[in-house]
Ligand binder design. Structure first.
Ligand code: HPA
Length: 275
């Protein structure tokens, strides 16, 4: 929950980061499960391990690295999270979205999010990419609960277009030029860590989701709260077909995400270049 101490936390975190990195950043990037190698495309200027940054949670998932990378991508100054925080790891929503607050306070006006997700739209295939056009928040808690940080954004942020239409339009054009097929759809966020039952996949389809995952939505909400422009993309790592469901493992999810990652890297890089 957000408390008045948030402002002093931010100040301490920024003081630490500014000891190592004094430049401005324009774009924040969050790399999802199996997607950490996008960081290799960044011309790195500085890296900070999460566990040394005051008030940063420590990443517990092995598939995530746990560092903040400062550098250039697509000719712009970026800060990337190699490894994100999930609700299922036990973090509070405040902790999960804390780095997004810091990105904005470092100057980032735009946020690019990536994730691995399961398809409930059965026309999708493993390894496909999907632009997130909208989301359904099924997480049990909201990152804006608690006092409102009035200096950062309004009490009741508008969510009529949480994913910026202009960025979606640009990404669509870039993917066409690169001949990368893309879906556009709705992401439903669940807490996990278990995958869904057949009945749950069926339910998600009925309520209007195209994919389901365990991240992204809290970060998107907090970024919208602060007036950042958000763009997000999912890699389809498994198919939640209720009538034909087979077990999936984290290893498979990571493998599929790794395979599809170069496409995502290309689109993110070109999208950043176009900003
Ligand atoms: N469900 C929830 N989260 C996921 C899935 C899924 O099928 N695949 C990857 N992340």
């Amino acid at each position: 929950m957000t408390t008045p101490e948030a402002y002093s936390h931010f100040r301490e975190t920024l003081e630490y980061i500014r000891r190592y990195f004094t430049g401005e950043v324009e774009v924040g990037i969050v790399l999802g499960t199996g997607l950490g190698r996008l960081a290799e495309a960044i011309e790195k200027e500085h890296q900070l391990a999460y566990n040394f940054i005051p008030h940063f949670p420590i990443s517990t998932v092995e598939s995530h690295f746990g560092r903040l990378i400062f550098g250039r991508l697509g000719g712009k100054r970026v800060v990337a999270m190699q490894g994100r925080f999930h609700y299922y790891e036990g973090y509070s929503m405040y902790q999960i979205t804390y780095p997004i607050r810091i990105m904005k306070l470092l100057g980032a006006h735009t946020l690019l999010l990536s994730n691995a997700a399961g398809a409930v739209n059965l026309s999708y295939q493993m390894g496909d990419l999907m632009i997130i056009r909208d989301h359904i928040n099924l997480l049990p808690e909201n990152p804006l609960r608690g006092i409102n940080l009035d200096q950062l954004g309004p009490r009741f942020p508008d969510m009529s277009a949480p994913y910026h239409p202009e960025l979606i339009q640009k990404a669509r054009a870039i993917a066409q030029r690169l001949q990368v097929p893309l879906h556009e759809g709705v992401y439903a966020a669940v807490s996990g860590p278990n995958l869904e039952t057949r009945a749950e996949y069926r339910y998600l389809r009925i309520i209007g989701a195209d994919v389901v995952g365990m991240s992204t939505v809290p970060e998107c909400i907090v970024a919208n709260h602060m007036g950042m422009r958000v763009f997000a993309m999912s890699i389809i790592t498994d198919i939640g077909d209720p009538d034909n469901l087979r077990p999936v493992s984290l290893e498979e999810i990571i493998h599929v995400a790794n395979q599809a990652e170069p496409k995502l890297t290309q689109i993110f890089t070109e999208l950043i270049r176009s900003l």
